[in-house]
Design a protein around this ligand. Structure first.
Ligand SMILES: C[S@@+](CC[C@H](N)C(=O)[O-])C[C@H]1O[C@@H](n2cnc3c(N)ncnc32)[C@H](O)[C@@H]1O
Length: 351
């Protein structure tokens, strides 16, 4: 799994327990990110639809959710990964921009990323294994990067893991069926069909995933974009088309309210944290407005992401961000028929 802000590492067991308790067979993860939660639902036997507006998140969903492990020729997959591993490195966009102008990767790893990614584009673009191979490369790059887990900056001295060699591994594919959808949750929510359970985990502050993970966006799009600033962010980060209403204080409350009303699911689970622009009471009100009979709120204490713990530095070593508070509260609201919501809460409480 890639390092990801807001990834539900701690809550994943809770969300899986809720899905099990309400006997979910069809699940929607509307802001799927790493697909950690969607994978948990798939492991529980659900047919899962994973939606995200980021291209890299879509590739992760095509790999882990849409691909049925039972249908994959593992010998062929391992063979292709071996072929990619054996490629000699060559200097390209990643080396020039992300290793020489910025310092996200050691140049020898950047050169291998360049040559593997070019080879994938040339020989495997139309292959059903393309998203699996690309995911393997993204995860390999993530294991040797030199960041705190966001790509707004790189570390002033190399992270120890950056000195390791890039190593492609077979992603842990899951058996079962699923669907990956790339797009805006607000436009899609009402048109995806009916689900037993929908999980909503929207961004809850101004920090945009498109810019926080611009290196993955470029690795997946492979479009060698113009870039700006020390972090070498994509110039299209400034375009309205890459902005999300969920990162705007003015637009987020109504965007979330509309998604809650549009999504068609018997049980709806919403998670957010206590640094969000909306309160639990706001969300509870919207869930009731959407017609759900009963809503329960569960709170979980969690550690904040690592950047908040060590502070943020620019490449010259100057501190550009403050160390914030180190813990926050994750809220989970469960809405649906009273009997099912109570069953879900009971399953979480009894662990
Ligand atoms: C809090 S993260 C979700 C994390 C995910 N639950 C996990 O465990 O990895 C929010 C996600 O919403 C996506 N996103 C932002 N705006 C969106 C939009 N308008 N429509 C769909 N997805 C969006 C981001 O790309 C990001 O992956």
């Amino acid at each position: 799994m890639i390092k990801y802000l807001g990834s539900k590492r701690v809550l994943v067991g809770v969300l899986g327990a809720i899905a099990g308790a309400v006997e979910t067979r069809t699940a929607l993860d509307l802001f799927s990110g790493t697909t950690r939660v969607a994978q948990e639902f798939k492991k529980g036997g659900c047919a899962v639809t994973a939606v995200d507006s980021a291209t890299y998140a879509h590739v992760l969903a095509q790999c882990y959710i849409e691909t049925d492990a039972a249908m994959v020729d593992m010998e062929r997959l391992e063979g292709i990964l071996g072929e990619l591993e054996a490629l000699p490195g060559k200097r390209g966009y990643v080396t020039e921009v992300f290793c020489e102008q910025a310092r996200y990767f050691q140049p020898r790893n950047g050169m291998r990323i360049d040559s593997i990614r070019d080879h994938l584009e040339l020989h495997y673009r139309e292959d059903p294994l393309f998203p699996v191979l690309l995911t393997s490369l993204m995860l390999a790059a993530d294991r040797v990067d030199s960041t705190t887990g966001v790509q707004m900056a790189y570390l002033k001295s190399w992270a120890p893991r950056a000195h390791n060699d890039l190593e492609l591994r077979v992603p842990a594919l899951l058996p079962g069926s699923g669907r990956a959808v790339l797009g805006d949750a607000g436009s899609l929510a009402g048109s995806l069909g009916r689900f037993d359970l929908a999980y909503l985990d929207p961004p809850y502050n101004q920090h945009r995933y498109f810019t926080n993970y611009h290196v993955w966006e470029t690795l997946v799009r492979w479009d060698a974009p113009e870039h700006y600033g020390v972090a070498c962010k994509r110039v299209d980060s400034r375009d309205d088309a890459t902005k999300s209403p969920f990162n705007s204080k003015a637009e987020m409350p109504d965007a979330l309210r509309r998604v809650i009303c549009d999504v068609d699911a018997e049980t709806v689970v919403v998670s957010y944290n206590d640094e969000s622009w909306v309160t639990a009471e706001d969300i509870r009100g919207w869930l009731l407005e959407a017609g759900h009979e009963h809503v329960e709120l569960l709170d979980f204490d969690s550690k904040r992401y690592v950047g908040a713990q060590i502070g943020i530095f620019d490449p010259s070593g100057k501190k550009v961000g403050k160390v914030g508070r180190l813990r926050n509260v994750e809220h989970v609201l469960v809405a649906g028929p009273a009997v099912k919501v109570e069953r879900a809460v009971e399953a979480v409480r009894t662990g």
